[in-house]
Design a protein around this ligand. Sequence first.
Ligand SMILES: CC(C)(COP(=O)(O)OP(=O)(O)OC[C@H]1O[C@@H](n2cnc3c(N)ncnc32)[C@H](O)[C@@H]1OP(=O)(O)O)[C@@H](O)C(=O)NCCC(=O)NCCS
Length: 146
Amino acid sequence: MQDVATLMRYRLAMQRELGRGARKGLPVFARVYRRWLESRIRSRGVIPFIVEEERGGPIGSGLIWLTEDRPHLENLNVHVPRIHGVYVEPRVRRRGAATLLVREMLSWIRAHGYRRAVLRTSPRAEAMYVRFGFRRTAEMVREWRE
Ligand SMILES: CC(C)(COP(=O)(O)OP(=O)(O)OC[C@H]1O[C@@H](n2cnc3c(N)ncnc32)[C@H](O)[C@@H]1OP(=O)(O)O)[C@@H](O)C(=O)NCCC(=O)NCCS
């Protein structure tokens, strides 16, 4: 799976960029994440998207991850597509690559009949998602560090 190598490269670049690269656990994370990615791609629980330069190789990627949901009164589908890990190489940013990627992902989501998509984002990407019609919701989280 050549895609997996590209997806992993960008996943780890994103971790580094978000300041998590120095963490001791990164090699273990990489192994576990890769296994998760490969199995989800096989079962079609993850749909990978890779954006390429016109005459070149990959410059960015993102995933649609079909997470499980409960049936809602207005939506009986028990999967909700989650846009995950959108990353574009720093040297080609601000040229619309992420916009292209997200547009493709949203087309896939709509073409497959989903009526809802969710994501978590960084402050840098928020404006782009707002332009695509995303709005913030009020999810709360409680975390235990150990
Ligand atoms: C966030 C990220 C994916 C954006 O990628 P990108 O390819 O630079 O995004 P785009 O070019 O499509 O759009 C980014 C900006 O460039 C602007 N832009 C796009 N094409 C442009 C052009 N031709 N000229 C000038 N500006 C342009 C967009 O309007 C947008 O403006 P904004 O930053 O004020 O919202 C990228 O910076 C990244 O990988 N960051 C690290 C990881 C991350 O934060 N991921 C998001 C988590 S889900």
